[in-house]
Write a protein that binds this ligand. Structure first.
Ligand code: TYM
Length: 333
């Protein structure tokens, strides 16, 4: 039976990239009545420095973002990673299965560690093994993510396969990355060759779910573009990364595709298209940000939802970890 798992780091506010590339996809899976498990991955967040108070606030804000986006704690398991210790326990086993060379090939490691990799945390290096544990401790089969996480989900398959092979078992399933929708890679508003990211130093590069209407409109107005009007078909976007990005965003927000957007807006200059995009963005995002703000007034309720979610998650994770320990040869498992 299919089981869906995914996670988001509470390492900053939620961006439009997270929302379109991940959150709206998560809601889709939940609506299909498939078992869905979603996690605030605080242990991943601390692979780079996080102020403790900020981490606490961002974790709650992320939970509020999940709920405000339509994830229902009664239908999906929503929880915080550090509240389910089985993730870290399985991650250790996977640290011993995965190879250094595999980790070194990860493009996110290369990007984040940069030239000064000797100074990166050991956790940042081992990050994909923890991610594999997140997924496999639930025997999850489908992992909805944006394009930037594809390599990590593929590594999860390699770790599962090597574990099964080394121990001569058929225990961990093959996991599929699911990368769907019109906005699997939302780009920076300042640079069409970089992805929109919560860690970009320029706030103008991204739309945050908590931005107010004026801020959203201003960021879209100032978004970098070329001077040409929109083309009439998708081919006309081939060499125009900034234009393509704005069209993709529009398509994802409107629930249509690129062809649909260009059928309505092809030929328009950006002075016409940008205000339309700003209006659509505000229409879709304002209800979410006001619901997030409302939920954040009751942090105790958020904490209660996360604790309940963690209990439900452990019911699934604990037996998988126990069986893993038995397979590996741990006395007392
Ligand atoms: P994170 O926190 O960077 O991003 C969360 C999700 O949002 C997607 N995403 C984007 N999609 C489209 N355009 C963008 N600009 C964009 N930016 C982010 C990401 O692809 C992701 O789906 N390692 C993961 C978190 C994680 C995880 C897991 C995911 C930990 N364990 C297990 C799946 C399964 C991460 O850092 O995502």
């Amino acid at each position: 039976t299919p089981r869906v798992f995914s996670g988001i780091q509470p390492s900053g506010g939620l961006t439009l990239g997270n929302y379109l590339g991940a959150m709206t996809r998560f809601v889709d899976w939940q609506e299909r009545d498939i078992e869905t498990i979603f996690c605030m991955v605080d242990l991943h967040a601390i692979t780079v420095w996080q102020e403790p108070e900020a981490l606490r606030r961002q974790t709650r804000e992320l939970a509020a973002g999940f709920i405000a986006s339509g994830l229902d704690p009664a239908r999906s398991i929503l929880f915080n990673q550090s509240q389910v210790p089985e993730h870290t326990q399985l991650a250790w086993i996977f640290n011993c299965v995965a190879r250094m060379g595999w980790m070194q090939r990860m493009t996110q490691w290369k990007d984040k560690a940069g030239k000064n990799s000797q100074n990166a945390s050991l956790g940042l290096f081992a990050y994909p093994a923890l991610m594999a544990a997140d997924i496999l401790v639930y025997h999850a089969t489908h992992v909805p993510v944006g394009e930037d996480q594809k390599q990590h989900v593929e590594l999860t398959r390699d770790i599962a396969a090597k574990f099964n092979h080394d121990y001569g078992v058929d225990f961990f399933p093959e996991t599929e990355p699911v990368i769907e929708g019109a906005a699997t890679r939302v780009m920076s508003l300042r640079d069409g060759s970089r992805k929109m990211s919560k860690s970009d130093p320029s706030d103008m590069s991204r739309i945050n779910l908590t931005d107010d209407a004026d801020t959203i409109a201003n960021k879209i107005r100032k978004a970098r573009t070329d001077p040409e009007p929109l083309p009439s078909d998708a081919e006309g976007l081939a060499e125009r990364p900034e234009a393509r990005n704005l069209v993709n965003i529009y398509a994802a927000l409107a629930g249509t595709d690129v062809a649909g957007v260009l059928a309505d807006h092809g030929g328009q200059p950006f002075s016409v298209f940008k205000p339309a995009l700003a209006e659509l963005s505000v229409e879709k995002l304002a209800p979410i940000s006001s619901e997030m703000a409302r939920l954040m007034e009751q942090p105790d309720e958020i904490d209660a939802i996360l604790s309940k979610g963690a209990e439900k998650a452990r019911v699934i994770a604990a037996p998988v970890l126990k069986r893993t320990y038995e397979i590996v040869g741990m006395v007392g498992a």
